[in-house]
Design a protein around this ligand. Sequence first.
Ligand code: ADP
Ligand code: SF4
Length: 687
Amino acid sequence: MRDPRYDVLFEPVPIGPVIARNRFFQVPHCNGMGHRHPSSLAEMRGVKAEGGWAVVCTEEVEIHHTSALDGAVEGRLWDDMDIPAHRLTVERVHAHGSLAGIELVHSGLNAPNTYSRVPAIGPSVRPVTSGTPSVGREMTLADIANLREWHRAAVRRSLEAGYDVVYVYAAHGLTIFQQFLSPRFNARTDEYGGTLENRVRLLREVLDDTLELCAGRAAVACRIIVDELLGVDGQGRAVGLGRSEMEDVFGLIGELPDLWDLMVGEWDFDSSTSRFEQEGYSEPFVHGFKQLTTKPVVIVGRYTSPDTMVRLVNQGITDFIGAARPSIADPFLPNKIAEGRAEDIRECIGCNICVSGDWMSVPIRCTQNSSMGEEWRRGWHPERIAPKPVDGGDTKVLIIGAGPAGLEAAMWLGRRGYEVVLTEASRTLGGRVVQEAALPGLAEWGRVRDHRVLQLEKMDTVLVTLESPMTAEEIVEYDFTHVAVATGATWRADGVGRFHASGVFGGAMTPDDLLAGQRPAGNRVVVYDDELFYIGGVLAELLAGEGFQVTIVTPESKVSAWTVNTMEQHKIHRRLVAAGVAILTDTAVLGHEGDVARLACTYTGREHSLACDAVVSVTFREPHAPLVGQLQSLGLQYVQAIGDAYNPGTIAEAVHSGRLYAESLHAPDLAVGATPFRREIIGLAGR
Ligand code: ADP
Ligand code: SF4
């Protein structure tokens, strides 16, 4: 039964001519599937609707070939050929009683157009802001009229596809309407530049166009930046759009759209990781905007707490609880609150692995939700799994190691009805996430453990044992038919990795040592990061916070280089500098002798030295699964390594591996060489 405290979240809310059945609103979010994987995309959106989100939106959808975001895979609605794919998404969303929203975009100066090979366009001649060293063309009045017509055509196509909410998009620093609004891009001297009234003109005209076409058939939403967060330049001049100017924009067009979707800064702020921002971090910026309009408002802030959501509504900060990441981590978040099961919410941990899918142009994935991106191609569901087959009756599964992989495998196998024993050598469940959650800024990562442990506690099919380091000889004494070895991985200490092919350190420390509580003997520490994700930077931050004099050295040209994909790299650099960590990029550590580390430039090989008492070697982890071979040699047939014990990777990969193991038990064997998931192939034109 629903807790009456949360009733307000389930009130229907009108948006212009349509009615949202509750206040849960999946705002537009990228997913790396876009126009390339339409069936995967439609199924993913459908699952959100099934989980109770009253409005389910697309990602940004290009309206025209002058707004081609290739490099990324976004939505596309250039012409009628694109309509059927959108109809598929709308059908899947409508099938569960939700409203389908489409976020139309013209990216203007943000469009590299590397596929369409036409110049980018914008309010003024300015460099293209992504993907190409080209310069965008200043739009003539005829271009502006054309842009309005392209947008109108996209609105007509959206209506034909069946969308209920059509967005005019002026946010994230990514769209032409924001570029016209912002003095950062708009230096025009005609009626579209200069005064605020002039800069807002195009947005007003396009809103008018969209309202006229939607006329009672669909609502018109406007996603708007409320503060570009750019501050002032060296001369004290405002660089971009600030809050007070945006309040004036609301004074001019505040009543125009049917809904305002408020956002702040650029995408890296809008989707800040938990290492840098907590739940609700954008609230101070959006606060008060709802009072500038009578139209409903939606905000985001990685909200997963229903009590906070109720407060936001009751305090008049928002009408809708907007979510991208919380809806990715748990598509069933609204239903769980509705059913009085808020404790079952799989809370987003704020790691931005989902975002990395978009940056890498591959289908979205999620650390917490192993089914994300796999709904259509593998048939996985965030809440359900096929029961064990009738002939699987005497199957008994032992899972060794209760890290993310072991926990996930046990949870899903338990749900399938298998008899499972999950055994863990240490005193705590959670494996690496328990240790890593204790590092600076990573506390929320503990949610990976918490959710699964809670679910396991509710099951009577899974027996969990702690402080039980199992040997192969012990295991074969029992009657397990299947054994999954989820015993994790071990950091190498010798410096071998991407840069060094053979060992260079004798007595270096590793992340495992630091996570286990050991510390360097002296004060001057070099963290050698050839792994390139977060751990090297976090450990440098940890040691600096404890008073060590830290230098982080990396062969890459950026510190924590892979974190560009989680939109954290620049924040990590800034934080390390603030913590007093010295940063040496394009540099390898060649060795450490006495109190000197030998370094070399990775371009020239030129060597230099650095006074150093200890080196922490952060290169890669090796699978730790001796049990697999031992059990096989003792005659056990069904034994398999999963997670890091199979191939070390991100926590998301370990969770996925656990799910895959659970899904695969008693699944029909695949033919040798067969692709283990469905693919969608582009039809050949005119053949
Ligand atoms: P993954 O990310 O693949 O889940 P982790 O390293 O997070 O891997 O977790 C591995 C877990 O396995 C750790 O909690 C570790 O204590 C446990 N473990 C390692 N060896 C054994 C063993 N022989 N018996 C039981 N548990 C083990
Ligand atoms: Fe949240 Fe991480 Fe999942 Fe993204 S990948 S939704 S940030 S848990």
